[in-house]
Design a protein around this ligand. Structure first.
Ligand SMILES: [Zn+2]
Length: 253
């Protein structure tokens, strides 16, 4: 689609009034919405409408998509776009929602020619080769039940898509300038190395240990904390908080 047509179409989508049923869903499932000013709320609803219209949404594994499921996931994802030049996750064409965790079977090499059939339970997956995001609705609901636990599978998977927008998974999303990129590395790399050392030494960690897997997971996990328990993140990792604040153009603390 030509750029200007796309922009015009998106403007029209954003300007649509939101169906009445959205309000109750948002009140229950997206509590952060109530704390925003009117302009931000309007932008947030508009971005969610674009995501719902432009992406292909599909229920899988017997799950029938309801308004609650679609609106909740679209609103949580749209939160990442509020302070940025919203380009609506161009690497995502499809959002697949499963009722529960998705089991991935994979052969794993244990060494000495021994292979095992490993099963991973995934709350979500950014399947960039398919242009798809896979989300477990059960895990979305778990995240809502405790909004301050720093666990939000939607924020996590869509953060992966921001990371991938420059063509590779490296824990650094596409940024506006070289300076921002340098500040990003200076803030996140030491925090990541420190976390890895803590995990290896068996120390208790503020971030989920999964964040120590690689810089990509670190970025996705700190994104969850940035939005879900911002004050704690700012206290524990002030430089990381500042870098995310600059990137997301938001200051949730
Ligand atoms: Zn991940």
């Amino acid at each position: 689609m030509f750029g200007f047509l796309k922009r015009r179409r998106r403007r029209a989508l954003r300007a649509q009034p939101v169906p009445e049923a959205w309000h109750g869903i948002i009140e229950l499932n997206v509590p952060a919405f109530a704390h925003q000013d009117a302009d931000t709320q309007e932008a947030w609803l508009g971005h969610a409408q674009v995501l719902l219209a432009e992406k292909h949404w599909e229920g899988c594994g017997g799950l029938e998509l309801t308004d609650e499921i679609r609106v909740t996931i679209a609103m949580q994802a749209a939160r990442l776009l509020l302070g940025r030049d919203a380009d609506y996750f161009p690497t995502v064409q499809t959002v697949l929602v499963y009722p529960t965790a998705v089991v991935r079977r994979e052969e794993q090499h244990l060494g000495d020619g021994i292979w095992t059939d490993a099963e991973d339970e995934l709350a979500g997956l950014a399947a960039t080769d398919l242009g798809a995001i896979v989300i477990s609705w059960e895990d979305v609901v778990d995240g809502i039940d405790d909004p301050g636990d720093g666990f939000n599978v939607v924020l996590h998977e869509f953060a992966h898509e921001l990371d991938f927008q420059d063509g590779n998974f490296n824990g650094a999303p596409l940024m506006d300038s070289g300076g921002e990129y340098a500040r990003w590395r200076a803030a996140l790399s030491p925090a990541y190395e420190e976390l890895k050392a803590d995990v290896e030494a068996g120390r208790r960690t503020f971030l989920d240990e999964y964040a120590a897997s690689d810089p990509t997971e670190f970025f996705a996990v700190v994104t969850e904390s940035f939005f879900e328990r911002p004050r704690k993140l700012r206290k524990r990792y002030p430089e990381v908080y500042e870098a995310l604040k600059e990137f997301y153009g938001q200051d949730p603390a």
